[in-house]
Design a protein around this ligand. Sequence first.
Ligand SMILES: [Zn+2]
Ligand SMILES: [Zn+2]
Length: 97
Amino acid sequence: MALNPKITWLLGKPINPCGCHVCENEWLRIMDELDPDGWMSRLSRGMILCPECGCKRCPRATYHEHSCTRSNDSGQQGSIYGGFDAGEGEPVDGGEK
Ligand SMILES: [Zn+2]
Ligand SMILES: [Zn+2]
């Protein structure tokens, strides 16, 4: 499946106006290429939440082309907590069901 991150460029720097997991991962990849020594300043990212419902496990928080379910259930299809590959390793979840 082809992912389509919404990265835009401003003055030679990538901007992530979306904030979903897919866009965030793409932004981090670009930043690592542009500024390999600046990774420390990118470590403390905030938790990624759905912009519509605020749930971290909503499929919309994983990828902006997924629709919002207004649910924070684990294992939702299209969410990284439901096995969707947003271009990063395994998500760290508390294991709560
Ligand atoms: Zn996005
Ligand atoms: Zn949502």
